[in-house]
Design a protein around this ligand. Sequence first.
Ligand code: HEC
Length: 104
Amino acid sequence: MRGFLAFPILIVLAHPAWADDAAMLELADKSRCTTCHDVHQKVTGPAWIDVAKRYRGDAGALERLVVKVRQGGSGNWGDVPMSPNKRVSEDNIRILVGWILALK
Ligand code: HEC
């Protein structure tokens, strides 16, 4: 059972762009992103599918958004700010943002 559960997480770590949805949602949950975000619906923050659409083809988006998620900020989707997410490691933020940007 334990090995079975660890397998998708290894895949996610090795290949963020191919991320398994269930494992990524679990990471987003653990990182508390889902208190403000949903993949398909706007909550406090924008729907992640809309984030993916906005930045499609923007090569610099990943690095910019990693910094933005880490430090927080507002102005791209309205006046409501995203609070800083300093307790989430930069590696995990990069994995999450990479997955978000690849959503279709
Ligand atoms: C307290 C609520 C809250 C939490 C927690 C939160 N977000 Fe956000 N997020 C927002 C809001 C509000 C915005 C819109 C900010 C803006 O208008 O620029 C946003 C925007 C974003 C964007 C798009 C940024 C842009 O400039 O286009 C991404 C990507 C994102 N969040 C990812 C995450 C991830 C990953 C996590 C978890 C580590 C997370 N968010 C946690 C509220 C939150």
